[in-house]
Design a protein around this ligand. Structure first.
Ligand code: HEM
Length: 252
């Protein structure tokens, strides 16, 4: 028990803990209120916003444009879902159907594709800007970490979306990528220091089998339309709320 509370005290005193939970740490009435006010899930609106938080001169608005492109993806993706069935028999036929028969189908699909490419481009520019203006430094280091998670989610959205057309390009790209994952140390069956076989490794978990087939397509689809976008939205809410709280950084 002694040890547990010493560990807890150590965690609460650490820099990482204090970068996430910003209220006072004594158990007082004021700190209990602050605990609620400074938690995005318990108190979504920031209590106050500093003036300079509205200035965007140094941001290039790249975060805003990335968010706009995410919204374009959600809108066009929702329309694409009306015409797409995630089965090996139907998926590619739906691509042809969208291309030749669905009114505005081609433009819809291309909007989804180009906004995805652009989103990768703008997120990199956004990171570059944050890096160049030193905005990753305290008190914004927690938001940088949230940002890195958003970057990973965005890349995974592209990765999972790539298989969905079920054409030769997608099939072989995902074959190569998942073979690389199967060669990871410890968790891939072909990787160094691995004790796993091809039916119990990380590749098997991702594909839902040892080969790319209907299970893989379904898994990628569910990740692409539900798991990753919803997780992304939650992280974006925290990201924006932190921006409002900390204020956009000033020039160095
Ligand atoms: C889906 C991806 C992302 C979206 C939608 C997004 C959105 C935003 C927005 C709207 C802002 C306000 C200022 C601006 O527009 O530049 C911002 C600020 C910030 N972002 Fe992101 N962001 C994303 C990814 C990232 C990534 C990958 C990083 C870094 C690894 C990052 C780190 C930060 C930091 C540290 C700030 C505060 C900057 C400051 O105060 O000057 N964000 N983000």
């Amino acid at each position: 028990m002694e040890n547990k509370s010493a560990l807890w005290r150590w965690i609460k005193g650490s820099r990482v803990y204090k970068s996430i939970f910003r209220h006072g740490y004594e158990d007082t009435k004021k700190n209990r209120i602050l605990q609620i006010r400074s938690n995005v899930f318990l108190h979504i609106h920031p209590v106050k916003i500093p003036d300079h938080a509205y200035r965007i001169r140094f941001t290039w608005c790249m975060g805003g444009i990335t968010f706009f492109l995410f919204l374009v993806e959600v809108m066009t993706g929702a329309f694409l879902m009306f015409y797409y069935t995630p089965t090996p028999e139907q998926a590619y036929r739906d691509m042809l159907y969208l291309r030749y028969d669905v009114p505005f189908g081609m433009i819809l699909r291309n909007m989804h594709r180009w906004a995805a490419h652009l989103m990768i481009f703008t997120i990199i520019l956004h990171m570059l800007r944050v890096f160049l203006t030193g905005s990753y430094k305290p008190p914004r280091e927690f938001n940088w970490v949230i940002g890195v998670t958003l970057l990973v989610i965005t890349l995974l959205l592209s990765f999972t979306g790539y298989l969905l057309p079920w054409d030769q390009l997608s099939y072989w790209a995902i074959t190569v990528a998942t073979n690389m994952i199967g060669a990871m140390p410890f968790i891939g069956h072909e990787g160094p220091l691995s004790l796993l076989d091809r039916y119990h490794d990380i590749r098997f978990l991702i594909l839902g089998g040892s080969e790319i087939g209907s299970n893989a397509l379904l898994r990628f689809y569910v990740m692409h339309i539900i798991v990753l976008p919803v997780t992304g939205m939650i992280f974006m809410a925290v990201h924006f709320w932190r921006v409002r709280k900390d204020g956009i950084s000033r020039p160095l």
